[in-house]
Design a protein around this ligand. Sequence first.
Ligand SMILES: [Zn+2]
Ligand SMILES: [Zn+2]
Ligand SMILES: [Zn+2]
Length: 144
Amino acid sequence: MIASRPARPDPASVLEDRGYRLTGPRRSVIRLLDRKEEGFSAEDICEELPGVGRATVYRTIRLLLDAGVLCKLALPDGAPKYSLARVEHHHHTFCVTCGNVGEFRDTTIERLLRTIGADIAGEIVGHRMEFYIVCRACLEAPER
Ligand SMILES: [Zn+2]
Ligand SMILES: [Zn+2]
Ligand SMILES: [Zn+2]
């Protein structure tokens, strides 16, 4: 079951709330991220914002990750991809053909993980789960 989607936190105000100054270059990074539907690597951002220093791009990504408004996807191969979090706690699908990133929430999975947690010696402080898929658009593409 997919939960309804609450309004997404605005990354700029999340950073300001945490006491970070919103410099011009940081704003450009956030604006670009906001337009991106699919996952992107840090290098993609550097390429699309030649006017913003590489260190600033990486630092802004780090701040947004820490603030929980950016998701990091571990991929089977290659550099990690990032996407803006559109819902609160969630998991991802990643299309291995086109790179499209989807988000989903499932209360059954979370309940199952809590049950498993009861058998684990120690406190679980987080978990990750990614599904590698071929998305519908790619399945329906004529070449396949
Ligand atoms: Zn996400
Ligand atoms: Zn696809
Ligand atoms: Zn979860």
